[in-house]
Ligand binder design. Structure first.
Ligand SMILES: [Zn+2]
Length: 261
């Protein structure tokens, strides 16, 4: 069931209770208490859908279950020139393997960048075909967004990915069910440096370092949502500092599939 349908149901139930109370069919105090329970339940359902680590709707990999100092750098929304290539240069020079969740339509526009991601040993996951908010779509549209995202990657790299990062990390029962049908592991994050807001290079680095813990999945961006023109220059400048600081702190940087093990 879509989270939107759940919200509709609890809203209907809340209004029904208020109406019954208003017409003195039930005690007004009971009606108010019931309606506020419905409101809280609706807010909770929505919160669980948009919280990156929530497992209420199904299993989400938001962190590795390890005490070892392992962490995974993940990049969303690319491929996007020139940032993806700059990031790849840094990762190559620092001998780091990362995970890229690519938007299918971006990949089709820049297939050679995606091929380079794969060739240099990084893990490729899908960030769907068009980066739509999956919570707003019907089940068949959700399936299509994921399946086309997988196919775009396969057409360019020859490999079928089994990792999905839903746009914005949003998920509900429909998203999780369709991901399961397509054999996709849903990957979110537990360290969010908010690089897409361009808060400054040192702020991005500190946001990582103050929240780092064993098994961390770090959310960064090498692109912007389709049609967006946000600069990822700060991410590019922060990346070498993040890698150096994490290594100084004893962390080994791995791909999501390695973290999952
Ligand atoms: Zn995204």
């Amino acid at each position: 069931m879509k989270v939107a349908s759940l919200l509709g149901m609890v809203a209907f139930l809340g209004l029904l209770l208020l109406s019954l109370g208003y017409h003195a069919k039930i005690k007004r105090r009971l009606a108010l208490a019931g309606a506020s329970c419905c409101l809280s339940l609706g807010a909770l359902c929505l919160l669980l859908a948009v919280t990156p680590g929530g497992n209420f709707y199904g299993p989400v990999l938001a962190a590795g279950s390890t005490e070892q100092k392992l962490a995974a750098l993940t990049f969303d929304d690319g491929p996007c020139r020139p940032y993806t290539e700059q990031i790849l240069d840094i990762l190559r020079d620092k001998d780091v393997r990362a995970t890229f969740f690519v938007v299918g339509r971006n990949a089709l526009q820049q297939p050679e960048v995606l091929r380079r991601i794969q060739k240099e040993g990084h893990l490729v996951g899908t960030h769907t075909q068009n980066h739509k908010d999956l919570l707003r779509l019907e089940a068949d549209e959700v399936n299509r967004e994921m399946a086309e995202g997988i196919e775009s990657i396969r057409a360019i790299t020859g490999e079928r990915t089994s990792y999905l990062r839903p746009p914005h990390g949003f998920k509900d029962f429909v998203v999780m069910e369709q991901a399961g049908r397509l054999g996709l592991t849903v990957v979110n994050w537990n360290v969010i440096p908010r690089d897409w807001t361009n808060p400054g290079v040192s702020r991005i680095v500190e946001n990582v370092m103050t929240n780092i813990r064993p098994g961390a999945v770090i959310l960064l961006h090498d692109g912007d949502s389709p049609g967006g023109t946000g600069s990822r220059e700060q991410t590019v400048r922060a990346l070498p500092l993040i890698i150096d600081r994490l290594r100084e702190a004893g962390y080994e940087l791995v791909r999501i599939d390695e973290l999952q093990k």
